[in-house]
Write a protein that binds this ligand. Structure first.
Ligand code: HEM
Length: 182
């Protein structure tokens, strides 16, 4: 739950980068103003952009810890695969953010970064649910696969609609911040 809450703040921090038009306040990546360790002066847009990178690194580190913990303590194979996937996802998300900076924020890269960022948040929230007591306890009632089929179909449909909405919303936001009358 702690990691999922941190990821939520990371999403907010990312949104602040875009909303303050600060995406290029730090012009290089993976370094920040030429250094991997030196903290730049946190002024103007730099506080949003570099702050977002620092929170992202923290969430990345926490995700690696969750994966290591899961591999040690959780016998469920799919959970191990899910947490390993979360590590790869967090790395990919950082690289997409970095490519955005290096390529001067093409709207399609920023849209991908925004959409995939929320996918990462959902993945970490799902890991919190799958490790919760209520999920692990034996359910009082069970539904057989056939009865569950319509529910499952509707869940998938909802996910596709949510993605459509996410992509359209992010695309509008990034085309607008780049070319809109600001
Ligand atoms: C797990 C890691 C990360 C997550 C979950 C994440 C998430 C986000 C989100 C949700 C946004 C807001 C998009 C929007 O407002 O539409 C954003 C913006 C941004 N992020 Fe990340 N981010 C991560 C890592 C990084 C890293 C490592 C960089 C390194 C450069 C980065 C660079 C940016 C930039 C430049 C923007 C602004 C894009 C624009 O305005 O066009 N992000 N991020």
């Amino acid at each position: 739950m702690f990691v999922a809450v941190c990821a939520f703040f990371l999403i907010v921090a990312g949104g602040l980068v875009t909303s303050n038009n600060a995406g290029l306040a730090v012009p290089d990546w993976p370094t920040s103003f030429g250094s991997l360790v030196r903290m730049p002066r946190m002024i103007g847009g730099v506080k949003f952009e570099h702050g977002h990178r620092m929170i992202a690194e923290f969430v990345g580190l926490l995700t690696i810890m969750i994966a290591a913990w899961t591999w040690l303590a959780d016998q469920r194979r799919w959970m191990r695969i899910l947490t390993a996937g979360a590590v790869l996802g967090v790395i990919a998300q950082g690289v997409i953010g970095g490519i955005g900076v290096r390529e001067l924020l093409p709207p399609w890269v920023s849209t991908m970064h925004a959409t995939f960022g929320q996918t990462m948040f959902c993945t970490l929230a799902a890991i919190a649910v799958f490790t919760s007591r209520s999920w692990m306890d034996e359910p009082e009632e069970k539904m057989d696969r056939k009865d569950a089929a319509p529910l499952l179909r509707h869940c998938w449909m909802l996910i596709w609609f949510l993605y459509l909405q996410l992509i359209l919303g992010a695309a509008f936001r990034h085309v607008w911040t780049k070319w809109g009358p600001f």
